[in-house]
Ligand binder design. Sequence first.
Ligand code: MOS
Length: 744
Amino acid sequence: MLKAQGYVGSPQNRVDGRAKVTGEARYAAEFDAPDLAYGIVISSAIAKGRIASIDISSALAIPGVVQVFTHENRSGTAWLDRNYRDETAPPGSPFRPLYDDQVVYSGQPIALVVADEYEIAAHAASLVRIAYETDTHMTDLDIKRSEAYVPPKKRSGVKAPPSPRGDAEEAFTQAPVKVHAEYRIAIEHHNPMETHASTVIYEQDGTLTIHEKTQGPQNSQSYVSSVFGLSSDQVRVVSPFIGGAFGSGLRPQYQLFLAVMAALELKRSVRVVLTRDQMFTFGYRPQAIQTVSLGANPDGMLQSIMHDAIQTTSTFEDYQEVVVNWSNLLYHCDNVKLTYRLAQVDTATPIDMRAPGAATGVTAIETAMDELAYATGIDPVELRLRNYAEVDEANKRDFSSKELRACYQLGAERFGWAQRNPEPRSMRDGRELVGWGMATGVWEAIMQKTAARAVLSADGHLEVSCATADIGTGTYTILTQIAADIMGLPMERVTTRIGDSSLPKSPVEGGSWTAASAGTAVQIACQTVRESLFKYAREMDASPLANASLEHVSFADGRIVLTNDPETGVSFTDIMRARGVDKVEAEEKASPGMMTSMRYSGYSHSAVFAEVKVDEELGIIRVTRIVSAVAAGTILNPKTARSQIIGGIVFGIGMALEEESMLDHNLGRFMNHNLAEYHVPVNADIHDIDVIFVSEHDDKLNPMGIKGLGEIGIVGTAAAIGNAIFHATGKRIRDYPITIDKLL
Ligand code: MOS
């Protein structure tokens, strides 16, 4: 049924590509309104304490300044009574902007200056005088780790570590070969190109249309209506285009609250855009300290796995990720102990950042596995094959599909792994040391309940819609491909509408679940339209299809025809004319339980191979080659899919070598809050990246066998690079990012 033109599975250009490169696509801060006012956020200069006084008189005296909102004059909102938690919120009580005089982290918003012009607001903001009373703050995980605790309330959707099995401590003591080490991951910030922005259009009837940078238009809509006591039909959130998000747009952020508050209070449209440095004043990938202990026999067979992780969270929410569970998911072992704890620091609450948890945990376990490969003298790929997990050991379920063996094999072949001399410092290219390393990647194949609508018009145009988002991942394109194939229409005759809270219900776009979830919903809705249309065709007077069955007809070029006699058929237009309708539509839901998925463990996997060249005198590391072999079920569009994986790998190179948000613990403040000092990989840092999609058939998770690709590209990449650096230099750096100072 999906093979009509075979769009699914073939490389297609992005349907939104032209709009994006020509500037036709508009982003949250680019929407205009008559009499639009501009808000500038003032951020706290201290990490903890209270605002002793805030003097707004000089700011208000500037012509063009409309209002300066602070905790002293803000309106009372429904927020004060309700502890509303958005759909991705961790346990705890979310940060409330301008709630009172308390400061709980550096960079916290403490005032909003609103003016007729942006420049006036910015100038006026510089005139607001704030006096603080400071309390002692603590942002140092090395000190707070002694107070680490098991989160008392689980975050929804985040699996707690499985119960211990066997006796991991004893097995470790007995094991002839041991690896025991501590691994560190720095705090990272997402840094998408588009900074967070909300343009709140205040309509004459008091309703709000909000152009918002978000991965979840309905999550933001529900936040605004709950917090401000509005009915859901008074608030519409639209977000058709997003300039990258990587998880930073999963939760409604404070600029949304402030812009809505100001618009309601002033009965005027308001735009609030965060500056680049303010992008460091909300969620981040938490810092992690992990301890991994691996015990093995001399033949490399694992006897004990212990993996403990401590991550930072804020003082007001227990943010949680799946960090340690991957260790036993990847490798068979009878004695396993996995533990996960949090430590509170005086920062904002962390937020999901690309492959949250897996990027962190897999970096540690895959570095430890490389150390075990050296300790046993076994090739790193061979070591992983010997310990290959055939079932999900935590619950003894079969995998819905798992072509990880093929990933290792095809990746190694493409990379030329067989030519590797395992001896560290044994390979050179001129003055540079050459290192080859590898690691495994894994991410859960998740599906979420999602609805979609399909409307086929008599003129042969199909519109499909869903409230999900496209953060640059290719959602518009894959949904268009799926719909076009089912209805037998060219992609040009299909319009996909997403990024609007008024569309059929969808969760936030995240977790790599959108292709499987929205894709399946669109598939089912289109199939329902297809069935209705076929029924109408059969019921037409003198229908040439009167005796045909759905299995024996094809939808092609706006017609339903007999598959074995394509001359016989009727056009969509004629069917609808005969029926007396001008469109056929359906809304359907996809849900995770629709197939047998609940009885299986579904994951995507990868094998990442990295080559580094290291200039030992200068400590400069170049990642000259990456081969990533990915098994992620059906690849809907190899072109956008490849871009997804390349993006994830570039992220992984950043994690391995560059990205680090540095806290000055004296001030409790991120010091490198700009793109000059927070380093992300630039074009010159990126060399050969080769993506292989390993064929993987999955008939358990969803009808099309989709697993998703948003996260898997980053997972394992940092470890592969760190392992390559060890191979090149003989130095094991367990503290990511691996910067020059650590190598010299
Ligand atoms: Mo992803 S970190 O769920 O946007």
